[in-house]
Design a binder for this molecule. Structure first.
Ligand code: F6R
Length: 235
C-alpha cells in the first residue's frame, strides 16, 4: 500500500484522475469500479474535463459501482445511480449499456447481489477500483464487523454512517438503513485500487499506519492488496 500525501482536495482529485486516465489509455476496454460520496466528486470533474478536451475516450469502458441504497429508485435524487449520472455519466461517453450499479429496488436482493457478482466476473473482473473511506473505516458499505464479508450483499448501515450521510437527506429518518454493497472480496479482487481521502479522514488514514488488519477497520484489508494507492490530503 502506497500512501501519497497531497496539499489539497484539487491535487488529490487530479492525481486520482491521472491514474484512472492512464488506465483507460493503456486499456481502452477497462472495467472501472466507481464510488460515490464527496471524496471522488473532484476526480469525476477532472475526468470529464479530460473527456471534453478530447484527451480521454470512455467509449469501450465498462463500469461497476460499489453500492446502492436499498429502497431508492434510480430517479431518487439521493440514489447512487442519480449521483453517478449527475456527476459523471451524463458528461462522458461511457455507453449506457456498460454502466452497472446494484439495483436498490430489486424484488430479490439476494438474487440481485449474486447476479451483480456474475456480471463483474463475466466482464473479466475490475481493472481499477476507485474508493473513498468512511470516518469509521468502511469501504463500499462494508461497515466495521467481526468478520470480513466477501461478496456483494445487503448490508446494514451503522448509526454513524446514517448520521454522516444525513447531510444529503432532509432528515436522518430519510436515510436508508440498508444498502447493497460489493463485498471486501469483490473489492480486493480489483487489479488496481485508488482510494481518495480528504483531510477530514485523517483519523482513518492514521490508523492505516499501524500494520494491523482487522474487520473492525475494514479499510485495513488494503494492506494485503498488491497494487493500492491512497491519495490523502494532509493539512
Ligand atoms: C460510496 C461508498 C462509501 C464512501 C464513504 C466516504 O460509494 O462506498 O464507502 O466512499 O462513505 O464518503 P464521502 O466521500 O462522502 O466522505
Amino acid at each position: 500500500m502506497r500512501i501519497i500525501t497531497v496539499k489539497d482536495y484539487d491535487t488529490m482529485s487530479a492525481a486520482a484522475a491521472k491514474i484512472i486516465a492512464e488506465q483507460v489509455r493503456t486499456k481502452p476496454t477497462s472495467v472501472l469500479g466507481f464510488a460515490t460520496g464527496s471524496s471522488p466528486v473532484g476526480t469525476y470533474k477532472q475526468l470529464v474535463k479530460m473527456y471534453k478536451a478530447k484527451k480521454l475516450d470512455f467509449s469501450q469502458v465498462t463500469t461497476f459501482n460499489l453500492d446502492e441504497y436499498c429502497g431508492l429508485p434510480k430517479k431518487h435524487n439521493q440514489s447512487y445511480y442519480y449521483f453517478m449520472m449527475e456527476n459523471f455519466f451524463n458528461h462522458v461517453n461511457v455507453p449506457k449499456g456498460n454502466i452497472f450499479l446494484p439495483n436498490g429496488v430489486a424484488a430479490d436482493f439476494k438474487k440481485e447481489c449474486e447476479a451483480y457478482e456474475k456480471k463483474i466476473a463475466g466482464k473479466g473482473g475490475i481493472d481499477l477500483q476507485l474508493l473513498g473511506v468512511g470516518a469509521n473505516g468502511h469501504i463500499g458499505f462494508n461497515e466495521p464487523d467481526s468478520v470480513f464479508h466477501n461478496k456483494t450483499m445487503q448490508v446494514n448501515l451503522t448509526d454513524s454512517t446514517i448520521k454522516a450521510n444525513a447531510r444529503f437527506f432532509e432528515s436522518m429518518n430519510d436515510v436508508p438503513k440498508t444498502a447493497l454493497s460489493m463485498g471486501i472480496g469483490t473489492i480486493m479482487a480489483a487489479k488496481k485500487i485508488v482510494l481518495v481521502a480528504g483531510a477530514e479522514k485523517a483519523k482513518a488514514i492514521k490508523e492505516l499506519e499501524k500494520p494491523i488488519v482487522s474487520p473492525q477497520n475494514p479499510v485495513s484489508i488494503l494492506h494485503y492488496h498488491p497494487d493500492c494507492t491512497i491519495i490523502f490530503v494532509k493539512e
